[in-house]
Ligand binder design. Structure first.
Ligand code: ADP
Ligand code: MG
Length: 263
């Protein structure tokens, strides 16, 4: 059984009488323990898709199943319980500025009714996992982007989720910090066996961490499968474009110029 199963998912937004199709007939299965990439250009529908996985967006048509349970028709309380199995991190971190690092990681535990002392112990374990044990009294404004994302990761893992959703989690970070955060996610994946979904517009993120990838283009699933296979033999135009973009940015970063530019 798949951990996440998306079946014939269509999402339309109605704005002032106009209908925007954000996602069209998406089918996707993500298995337990995978690191699954979802890649596409800006506006492709990635955030809508990831928000549909935890049902922050309700599908216009189709369904989302988590561990075989269809989220459509769940009562609010059951939905909240399902959501507690899913952690999420974002490009802009979404930390609580008025709370210390420890306070941020304790927050979801307090909401879940965990006693203060127990919550603090758990939060400290998580902070040491993300190597921020010496920052527990700091406030978000005193942290670098990479440190903020580490706090967000610790907070997302506080309630022991089985799935971690990452929406452009490294897009606001420099290349070195991106590598450090991706390595941390890999470590967490190995230590906890958690399923990780990585939403990104960067092919380099997919190639460095993901087992499988789905390419979203204009709200449609262009192609999905093993990263190595898609890289070796892209079938869709969207995949070819993303891969050639990746290769040319690699070449220019390493001092090569495009053949067209050479005389
Ligand atoms: N709440 C919303 N209301 C109306 N349109 C939206 C909303 N959220 C997203 N969209 C539209 O849906 C499309 C996909 O957006 P999004 O999922 O944010 O793409 P991505 O994350 O790939 O950049 C875009 O055309 C966007 O304008
Ligand atoms: Mg987005």
């Amino acid at each position: 059984m798949s951990v996440i199963e998306i079946k014939n998912l269509t999402k339309r937004y109605e704005i002032e009488g106009n209908s925007v199709v954000a996602l069209q007939d998406i089918n996707l299965s993500i298995e337990a323990g995978e690191i699954y990439g979802i890649i596409g250009m800006s506006g492709a529908g990635k955030s809508t898709l990831v928000r549909s996985i935890n049902y922050l967006e309700k599908p216009t048509e189709g369904s989302v199943l988590i561990d075989g349970v269809n989220l459509t028709g769940l009562k609010e309380r059951e939905l909240r319980r399902m959501r507690s199995r899913i952690g999420m991190i974002f490009q802009s971190f979404h930390l609580l500025e008025q709370r210390s690092v420890l306070g941020n990681v304790c927050f979801p535990l307090e909401l879940a009714g965990v006693k203060k002392k127990e919550a603090r112990e758990r939060a400290r374990e998580l902070l040491s996992m993300v190597r921020l044990q010496d920052k527990e009294t700091a406030y978000p404004a005193q942290l670098s982007g990479g440190q903020k994302q580490r706090v967000a990761i610790a907070r997302a893992l506080a309630t022991n989720p089985r799935i971690l959703l990452c929406d452009e989690a490294t897009s606001a970070l420099d290349p070195q910090t991106t590598t450090a955060i991706l390595n941390l996610l890999k470590e967490i994946h190995e230590a906890l066996g958690i399923t990780i979904v990585i939403i990104t517009h960067q092919m380099s993120v997919v190639t460095s961490i993901c087992d499988k990838v789905a390419i979203i283009d204009g709200g449609k699933l262009a192609e999905s499968g093993r990263v190595k296979e898609i890289f070796a033999k892209p079938r869709s135009d969207a995949a070819k474009e993303l891969i050639s973009g990746e290769i040319s940015s690699y070449l220019s970063a390493n001092g090569f110029r495009h053949t067209e530019e050479q005389t």
